[in-house]
Design a protein around this ligand. Sequence first.
Ligand code: ZN
Length: 456
Amino acid sequence: MGAAVSLFARHALLPQGWRRDVLICWDAAGELTSVTDNAAPPDGVELAEYVLPGMVNLHSHAFQRALGGMAEKAGSGPDSFWTWRELMYRFAGRITPEQIEAIAAQLFAECLRHGYTAVCEFHYLQRDAAGSLYARPAETAERVVQAARLSGIGITMLPVLYSHAGFGAQPLKPEQARFRTDADDVLRIVEALAAQRDGQVEVGCAPHSLRAASIEQITAVLAALPSERPVHMHIAEQQAEVAQCLAATGRRPVQYLYDQLDVDARWCLVHATHLAADEIALIANSGAVAGLCPTTEANLGDGLFPLPEFIAAGGRFGIGSDSHVSQSPVEELRWLEYGQRLQRQQRNIAATPQQRHVGDYLWQTALQGGAQASGRKLGALAAGCRADLLVLDDAHPNLCGVAVSDVLGSFLFCGNDNLVRDVLCGGRWQVRNKRHLAQDAIAASYKRTLARLRAL
Ligand code: ZN
């Protein structure tokens, strides 16, 4: 690792927008110590043209990276999320902790290369193949954290509360036995992970959904979890889930959740695809983050989030790659915008009178929402935040001669080459010249793992 603790950017995206001649300094602990614009470059400092804060991937099930491309064949009837889930269950039934680590390391290295510098891992594969707890209760969670350390990405580990197969406390199915946790199990795993917490690692929790966890269980976990830790939950991803919630409770999922619990800014509501008008207002007014996963939601045929209405209500959102059919924030943000354009037959949807550049609006807004959902100090090139940044490839034709105000537009909406050249995460360069420093070893381990898993 080089000794460099500073970088000089001709153009850097600060919280207030693009600024010129920015000197960025960080310390050995991986925290930004100063960010100064209109500065002069000190002797010997590394120079960069365009520097952005790294993106947060606020929703990940890392092991699902290994499923990519395996569920793209039509069945005999209409396929849906629910048929995809059967394949995922079969795959999840076989994986060992070592394999979980190898898959997660590959995923995280890919995420870093494409511009994510933090991930929130919604971790539900917590028991062994027989459905028993491991001798170390946080065995698989520790493996994913270890993969994050190996790749260098920052992580918020969210052990999942998963007790039921459906509304009304339906018993789990045999293929869900590896996921089973009650409130005490989750708190034990959170406790076991306490020693992992540092500048790069935080620990929160994740009630899986209103289908899989009761209000009483969620209340018990939240009562024991420190109040600043993040809480994530899937909600209203599927029309069938909304119908089941209505049948069981008389309320739609978001209405029911807000009726029952005090949902505030520590919460991240993942998907929130199917919302009534009053539910949009509930989420926006509570300060909770909507966790949007456009490529997975498209892949699973979930539906489209009501983005313009949510923006108009002042809602906060971030992006996640969820099932990892994509590992690129460019693709998530592009499809977040394109879904709305196709549906509404309009252009430039994700913008406000204050920020009319769609790329700038999407990057900055998704970053703020992701940072909030991570529960970590990051999300801006500003003193006190993690030193997580991207250097774009200014020699690429897509960035030649563009105005600074169009850099993010070109980054997000032009072509498929990866324009992320270098990535600094927690004050360490993990990607140089578009290669992750441990890429070869991580990929070799991943390929060995996939060969074994697919031979089963
Ligand atoms: Zn998910």
